[in-house]
Design a binder for this molecule. Structure first.
Ligand SMILES: [Zn+2]
Length: 142
């Protein structure tokens, strides 16, 4: 089941990140609205855990989802994350928000920008220190 609800705590982290990070400057001035959600889904992809997901809301669904993008955190996969890890995750998802004039799109992974997560925080940014990690669940994130 992939039941989702608005998470105000993540919305706050998102606002702070948009204010603080120069990489997110475009989001500061664009008329774009983003809502953070929590899901109880233990999402997996290619055998790895998916921590978060950034999705563009389709025009036809905006009557019920009043925003341009949603960022979903898959809670069971993020169990034990510190606040810092959660910030990195939300930062990562915000990098997926693409803006080109009045066009919005989800930016893919193979862009330079994503290197900065690795450069700044290391490839094991999502590793939960207190838990025994499984090798295949380390670096998968959407
Ligand atoms: Zn991603």
């Amino acid at each position: 089941m992939d039941r989702r609800e608005v998470n105000e705590e993540y919305n706050e982290i998102m606002k702070e990140l948009i204010e603080e990070r120069k990489e997110l400057e475009a989001l500061r001035y664009a008329p774009v609205t983003i809502i953070c959600l929590s899901s109880c889904h233990r999402k997996k992809k290619n055998g790895g855990l998916v921590y978060g997901q950034c999705e563009k809301v389709q025009e036809k669904n905006k009557w019920s989802i009043p925003c341009d993008f949603t960022i979903t955190v898959f809670e069971p996969n993020c169990e034990g994350f510190t606040e810092e890890q959660m910030r990195i995750l939300i930062f990562h998802e915000l990098l997926h928000v693409g803006i080109d004039g009045s066009d919005f799109f989800v930016r893919p992974h193979d862009l330079e920008d994503f290197k900065l997560i690795v450069n700044e925080f290391g490839t094991d940014w999502a590793e939960v220190k207190k838990q025994q990690k499984e090798p295949e669940t380390e670096e998968k994130h959407e």
